[in-house]
Design a protein around this ligand. Sequence first.
Ligand code: GCB
Length: 908
Amino acid sequence: MGKIERMLTTMMLGAAITATAFAAPAFAAPDRASAQSDDAQAGDAQAGDAQTGDARPAIALSQGWRFHFGDAPGSVTDARFDDRGWEQVSVPHSWNHIGAYALTRGTETDNRQGVGWYRLWVDAPPAKSGERQYLDFAAVGKLAEVWVNGRHVGTHKGAFARFRLDVTEAWKPGQRNLVVVSADNSKVEPGSSTSEVIPLSGDFFVHGGIYREVSLLQLPAASIDPLDFGGPGVYAYAAKITPESATVEIRTKLRNAGAAPRNLTLATEIRDARGKIVARSVQPVTLAPGASEQRANVNIARPHRWNGRADPYLYSVTSTLSDGKARLDRVSQPLGLRTFRFDADAGFFLNERHVKLHGVSRHQDALGSGWALTPEQHAEDMALIEELGANTIRQAHYQHADAWSDLADKAGMVVWAELPYVTTPSVSGGQGSEALWTNAEQQLREQIRQNYNHPSILMWSVGNEVDSAKGFGVKGSPPKPLALLQHLNAIAKEEDPHRPTTFADCCEGLTLVQTAGEKLAGTADLIGYNRYYGWYYPNPLQARTDLGDTLDKFHRDHPALPLSLSEYGAGGAISQHSDNVRNGFVNFVGRPHPEEYQAWVHEQTWPSIARRDFVFASWVWAMFDFSSDLRDEGDAVDLNDKGLVTADRKERKDAFWFYKVAWSDTPALHLAGKRYVDRAYPVMDVKAYSTASSATLAIDGKPIGTAPCAEFVCEWKNVSLRPGANTAVVTATEGGKTLRDTARWNGPDVERNGLRINSGSLAGLDLGTRQFGSDTFVTGGKPVVLNLVGFGGRSMAPIRQVDAADPALFDYWRDGAAFSYDIPLPNGQWTVTLHLFEPRKTSSPDQSLAVKANGQPVIEGLNLLKEAGAPLKELVRTFPVTVLHGRLILDFSSVSGNAALAGIEITR
Ligand code: GCB
């Protein structure tokens, strides 16, 4: 590791980090921007040259591939190998299929990890003299080996970056060429092919395959360099921006693959959003064999700034290399002119205007497609994020597609880009091997060069939660991430001195997770904290204050460090519902994950973020549910369900609507809980989200009342529902505008079907003809679960080991020496059935449990263990009650030992 250590430098900036404008790859600028440009100064574009697209001749190699997963003989790279039995596929392609909204894995699941083989015959066009042939892979998961006509032409390690290979020596222009690719996403473990290629872990599934596009580039011997870590070869930076002018420094990397020097011309042009040339530089270049770099400075008069979502104005920069007779090569990139800075106290400033950044994290993953996303899918995702009202996106946890960053530029999103140095810093322990460092460094250089010109990207993250490995099942002493983190930070500064670095911390100050004790805060210029108050940590009901206090403490502890909340959130399943989010057990990597609970966590935590200016940004984890073969949670398998939108993009969860309202700059109103149609109880708390100060509710035309909307939440408690359909209408007035939303809820027929409570559970339980609502109407005791299978394996599922007629009812229960239910119930005679048990193997022989109904003893001196005959055995107790005042009060009290109640059924 000597070399690495020598290269290691720590670069820390002070409290306020200032950076200036940028350039980036862009194609047509957005309509709304183009209409505003009137900055043309330097002359009009030549006819036919006005398009700013990458004018390189690229031949898409998307159709006609053959694919096979698993072992292949050595002859697989040979022309004579017979692949007719292989599957026919087109790229983008991945063999993996992870995740479903189902409780068990179906046959569509494909979580195979290993080597997938791809073969393609290409009828190559003829080549001009001296022309070079390059294969361009936009990404292959996770390791790629490439052969052309039987000859090995390259290796690439890393699942997310573009790479290009000069295959000229193996290529046969004008003939049929065989391209063979192996894609390897083997499980990371010591000694495996992927064990020194980041990421080493994470709850997202690393899909295997050629999951982004492949193309063939044919370039003259002298060209803009295609081999610059897969980058565009053209890098622009706006060094100075004033209202009068902007100075843009453009570096163009060139490559002369010939043997003799060449006298050429390099023209660099900047076009405005309408395609009009506003600045130009033309330089004679004497190009020696090999790689070189040219610099040009140009001035743009009266620059039009890229101003985030308010006005994401894009210029483009185009470098054209010619030899006096003809154009040799041309590359166009997007250019956005902006200044920005992060201040430890005041937050984020774009073009010297304070902007509170609020947004989401996004994985490149959709149900059914996995990572092989189409341009339309990228566009759909961006449209949803725009609809939500976010102004920032965290690209979790790795480099995203060019198409995605182009969309972010055009939408005006501020982007946190991230290196996949995630969770596990090394499989070999300590600071990681030299091979690992080399790979992480390579992936970082690729990411920065390939994305340098995107104006939306404002920070480079060099890692995520690498302080957490010990907490997630790594054996032995905790690995030490700090040295590599520092190294990567230095590399990022070297590659791009103009953007700040950042890092997402898991564990500072948390006692839940054992780390190596290294202090990571301050390694990068900025920091993000991933914190899940209301979810992973104790006392979920204190989410609001715990988050606020923690943010304040971090700010006090690191007064010069601009800080953000890089992750927060909760799981949400659209088919699981809660009547009272405060009463059930939160099984954070299991089931259930009621939609209402997720929304509540966001309602609680957002105000703690919103009122703290020093929190320069926050990102909800996550925008979409995403594939994770470590999880069985909510109503899904192999999905992380913390998305605001389902993985199929079909359903916006209540938490989505909360943010859509909270982040809206126009009047908004939305009724929550619309998906919980068949209600378990004859009363419900109705909730709406609104920007208005109050809202009015009516059910079936009957006024219920006007409620204040504090922090965007308007609530009506204990609203009665009639059996059958109830139509709710909520209205509000704001700024002279009347807002309205409706929902339809079916009230239960309690007279006929009774009323049932799933004690201890956050969600209801449907047992066919018997519908239990989630635990509610209760005070005292606490919700408990039996034997969760621990974190580190798959999800935490209660082991169903209670000998009971309906074991699912016993997944969670209410436990305590004293608790009491106050249940709304029509007057008259009822029969109450209690589902009790003794969860403890040894309990006090003296236990004596008493239950009173409306003050009258109905059970006395009950010893749960003795009566049931064994622990974990259901004990049913039934008694009649008479209700006189619309309420049934059940008091449980236990001497020596606790009452353990799994469910209550009340029937006529
Ligand atoms: C985290 C990780 C992220 C996980 C998330 C979760 O802290 O950074 O990759 O998906 O938590 O849902 O647990």
